[in-house]
Design a protein around this ligand. Structure first.
Ligand code: HEC
Ligand code: HEC
Length: 189
């Protein structure tokens, strides 16, 4: 009994230290808007923090987390905006540079979050995917989602519309308990 209390106290102390230090870290890094504590990064995969990125890249779709693609993918996407999935999404040089800098600095190769790590592990070193929705990890995670709930669903239409099912996506959360498929309801595993 004594032994258990002893280890319990140690564990509590470790937890407290960890949470205090991650809070401190997030405080010290949050003012430049580029990062947020280790703890929150692991929980809430790469919340979008750059205003220019948010403004310019969410006109047609949700602003995807930088951490879900490697830096080389973002460079390729930013270099081909005039022919972007059949659309012209070209930007002026200043905005384009700022966004590319933000995306590559927060890209999956730099992001310690657990989802980012899973995405990165599933992408071959020689590949430069332009879509998150075509990576092996994405396919694996969504293989049980019937295409009728996506392609034939006027409120979703495409797997690229992350935020129509992941209700926390705009806040950077892809937690499986926050998934609601429009017209089909909460996803129960
Ligand atoms: C003019 C509209 C438009 C703008 C602006 C736009 N996009 Fe897109 N984007 C699209 C379309 C259309 C698709 C394909 C969506 C689909 O397949 O349903 C797409 C898809 C993507 C995808 C792949 C999604 C996936 O995983 O399937 C990424 C990544 C992406 N865009 C990044 C960006 C970035 C970065 C910017 C800002 C520089 C941007 N987009 C601005 C229209 C746009
Ligand atoms: C049609 C609704 C739908 C869309 C659109 C969708 N997802 Fe999902 N996503 C799901 C469902 C449902 C699951 C859980 C699947 C399971 O548990 O079998 C899931 C799981 C995930 C997971 C793993 C969650 C965990 O806790 O393990 C991640 C990460 C994820 N999705 C990211 C994305 C991203 C990024 C996009 C957009 C590029 C996206 N999803 C688009 C429905 C969707």
């Amino acid at each position: 009994m004594k032994k258990i209390t002893f280890w319990g106290t140690i564990l509590l102390a470790v937890c407290l230290t960890l949470s205090i230090s991650s809070l401190a870290w997030s405080d010290s890094r949050s003012d430049d808007g580029s990062s947020h504590g280790l703890w929150s990064q692991q929980e809430a995969a790469s919340q979008v923090m750059n205003k220019t990125y948010q403004n310019e890249c969410s006109a047609c779709h949700f602003a995807y987390p930088a951490g879900f693609l490697p830096a080389r993918s973002w460079v390729k996407i930013m270099g081909t905006l005039e022919n972007h999935f059949g659309e012209n999404a070209e930007l002026d040089a200043t905005d384009s540079q700022e966004i590319e800098q933000y995306l590559t600095a927060q890209a999956g190769d730099q992001d310690p979050g657990r989802f980012s790590r899973s995405f990165m592990r599933s992408i071959d070193n020689v590949d430069t995917p332009l879509r998150i929705s075509e990576t092996a990890y994405f396919r694996r995670e969504h293989r049980e989602v019937p295409s009728g709930m996506v392609l034939d669903n006027a409120k979703v239409r495409s797997f690229a519309n992350c935020a129509s099912c992941h209700t926390g996506a705009e806040k950077g959360s892809f937690n499986e308990h926050e998934i609601v498929i429009p017209d089909h309801g909460r996803w129960e595993d």
